[in-house]
Design a protein around this ligand. Structure first.
Ligand code: ATP
Length: 250
């Protein structure tokens, strides 16, 4: 049962994520095993997140910004529970709808319709729930004529449509949106933004949003957190953080 007493939906407490990366380039698995057996393979630590802490209030809409490779997706994956942080703790209160990796939670060999059931079950929806909401999902995605086509034949934008439609068919407590939406066409992006705005207006949904479009972050988010090379640089009102972020690179 979710703890609904705290005012915070997300608490990130001193989180670091360390990846071990091979210190040399190997061409194939055979070379890799030979090196391992000979104890010749060395790893170096790479800190993708370095002591990051922040709290997000219930109903708050927060944008994560930063240049390529600065750790935004890693942060979202840790919050979604896909990755376990190397150090620190994360608490999420309520059910979470993560839209972080396009195609995650889908089977390319199955049809779109079958994938709706598969992905729905991963989000914790019962079969009866999906039965009752199937038409809403199909209508929102606008893919009625493609429901019996295997997902492997879908374009990335079509997959994004299905993924967003399933994850948002009911109001989640926490919605996490990585750049998955950017592969959708402008009309679909606009439709998703309207749905996110509707959630925001309800005041019940906490949204964590990653986008490289500063204009979009400023339009949707009240607050922004800037992460650069794994380090939290700034946390504050979206307009102020975005101004400092642009200033840095101008
Ligand atoms: N599984 C992994 N193993 C090793 N390194 C990784 C792994 N996942 C991510 N990284 C590294 O961590 C860093 C942060 O990556 P991340 O995807 O979180 O950045 P990002 O801010 O989301 O970037 P972008 O804006 O390009 O999407 C990058 O240098 C990336 O190469």
């Amino acid at each position: 049962m979710a703890d609904t007493t705290s005012e915070y939906a997300i608490e990130v407490n001193d989180v670091s994520m360390i990846f071990n990366i091979a210190s040399e380039q190997l061409n194939n698995l055979k070379e890799y095993f030979i090196k391992i057996m000979r104890h010749e393979l060395f790893f170096k630590e790479f800190r993708a997140l370095d002591h990051v802490s922040f709290k997000v209030r219930r109903g708050e809409v927060v944008g994560l910004v930063g240049t390529n490779g600065s750790g935004k997706s890693t942060m979202l994956k840790c919050i979604a529970g896909v990755l376990e942080p190397s150090e620190g703790t994360i608490t999420v209160r309520g059910n979470i709808a993560p839209l972080i990796e396009l195609g995650a939670g889908f089977d390319p060999e199955l049809t779109a319709r079958e994938n709706i059931y598969l992905n729905g079950s991963l989000l914790g929806y019962s079969r009866e729930f999906v039965d009752g909401h199937l038409q809403d999902i199909i209508d929102f995605a606008e893919l009625q004529d493609f429901m019996d086509m295997p997902l492997k034949n879908y374009s990335s934008g079509m997959v994004a449509r299905i993924a967003f439609a399933i994850a948002t068919v009911t109001e989640p407590d926490v919605l996490i949106v990585d750049e998955t939406l950017s592969v959708g066409d402008v009309f679909f992006q606009e439709k998703c933004e309207q749905r996110i705005k509707h959630f925001i207006e309800s005041g019940n949904v906490t949204v964590l949003f990653v986008s490289h479009s500063m204009e979009q972050v400023e339009r949707i988010c009240q607050r922004a957190i800037w992460i650069e090379k794994g380090v939290q640089r700034m946390d504050g009102p979206a307009a102020e953080v975005l101004a400092a972020y642009s200033e840095q690179f101008s």
